[in-house]
Design a binder for this molecule. Structure first.
Ligand code: GAR
Length: 211
């Protein structure tokens, strides 16, 4: 897999650790980012994983940036792209070419976007959580693979709540990516299941079925 990050990369680090067990069934072939010098990139480089940066700010046009990102991902021929704390919206050049999943710190379809934890707190929900979903061309709108809830506690601020969510995210991401790698997946409409496609699926599903 190619893992995309924008910051600390604690989810990527959890994947990296899982991949050190050959039975896990997946490997990180590269870590990509939209900006240079992130802590996560440093961590990946120290672990001997190839890294690349496609700086968003160096492109005047979003679709050009998206194409460049898609090409850099393709250089590593991944079976799966994992957006793990990647804070840019990936467009059709990436999403139409590479199967890609994203981890989001809220229970989608509630609170999509870049400020999910803050928005959930501001709304006063008592339960939030985390979602892993396949990327489509919308914002946090693709078919859901896994979700886990995290209760909001009295006195939570954004940082404290996000830290508890990240704790849950890391376990869920490692578990979900491992199952995708070992079992493959099938997408029928909005429904994702682990395992390869059966004879009864529709043509549309077959197009999306990956392994
Ligand atoms: C994670 O909580 C992830 O869900 C979130 O960024 C954090 C990255 O943490 N992603 C988004 O908000 C995407 N919209 P990390 O860099 O320590 O893995």
């Amino acid at each position: 897999m190619v893992v995309l990050i924008s910051g600390a990369g604690s989810n990527m680090a959890a994947l990296l650790e899982a991949c050190s067990d050959p039975e896990y069934g997946a490997q990180i072939v590269a870590v990509g980012s939209d900006r240079a010098g992130t802590a996560g990139q440093k961590l990946a480089a120290e672990a001997g994983v190839p890294t690349f940066v496609v700086p968003f700010r160096e492109y005047t046009d979003r679709s050009e940036w998206d194409r460049a990102m898609s090409d850099r991902i393709a250089d590593h021929t991944p079976d799966l792209v994992v957006s793990a704390g990647f804070m840019r919206i990936l467009g059709p050049a990436v999403v139409g070419r590479h199967p890609a999943v994203n981890i989001h710190p809220a229970l989608l379809p509630s609170f999509p976007g870049a400020r999910a934890v803050r928005d959930a707190l501001a709304h006063g929900v008592r339960l939030t959580g985390t979602t892993i979903h396949f990327l489509d061309e919308g914002v946090d709108s693709g078919p859901i693979i896994a979700q886990m809830g995290v209760p909001v506690e009295d006195g939570d601020d954004e940082a404290r709540l996000h830290e508890r969510i990240k704790h849950v995210e890391r376990r869920m991401l490692v578990d979900t990516v491992g199952r995708l790698a070992r079992q493959g997946w099938t997408i029928e409409g909005r429904h994702v299941r682990f395992g390869r496609t059966e004879d009864s699926v529709t043509d549309a599903t077959e197009k999306k079925e990956n392994r």
